[in-house]
Design a protein around this ligand. Structure first.
Ligand SMILES: [Zn+2]
Ligand SMILES: [Zn+2]
Length: 151
């Protein structure tokens, strides 16, 4: 469980840049990868990873085999953006918790901010568990198990 600072949130604005555009932007940035389309399609929804802020949003778009990270920068509501290869943020909370953003990023490091979706999930999970009889601490059931229970 990551340590997080209360009251500080991830921006989490979603990018409206479609997969085909992301592919073209990566190609234009010089990324050569035969499986690029698969990589792009693995992440259907891109969200800004910075702490809540004004101005352009940033998300990790692609990490090459040599761990070069290509970041997508976009403006609110724009269907396109720009891709830049940026070095990693050198900060880390401890040996197993590096910051997942880029060097010189604005706002807090990843362990200093809360993902609003995690908070929402933690709020609704007990309700789901109750509905499916798993108890608050029980593992979340897979869809097949739930279907079997309903038979
Ligand atoms: Zn943002
Ligand atoms: Zn950082």
């Amino acid at each position: 469980m990551k340590r997080q600072t209360l009251g500080r949130y991830v921006c989490a604005v979603k990018a409206l840049v479609p997969p085909a555009t992301r592919l073209l932007l990566l190609r234009a940035a010089g990324v050569v990868d035969l499986d690029l389309w698969e990589h792009v399609m693995q992440v259907p929804v891109l969200r800004c990873g910075l702490e809540t802020h004004d101005g352009p949003h940033w998300t990790l778009l692609y990490e090459a085999a040599d761990s070069t990270c290509c970041w997508l920068r976009w403006e609110d509501g724009s269907p396109t953006g720009r891709v830049a290869a940026l070095p990693e943020c050198p900060a880390s909370l401890d040996a197993s918790t590096p910051c997942e953003l880029f060097r010189m990023h604005p706002g807090g490091h990843t362990w200093e901010v809360t993902d609003p979706d995690d908070e929402l999930w933690n709020a609704v999970m007990p309700v789901f568990c109750e509905m499916y009889g798993a108890g608050h601490r029980g593992p979340v059931k897979r869809a097949e198990d739930v279907d079997a229970d309903l038979d």
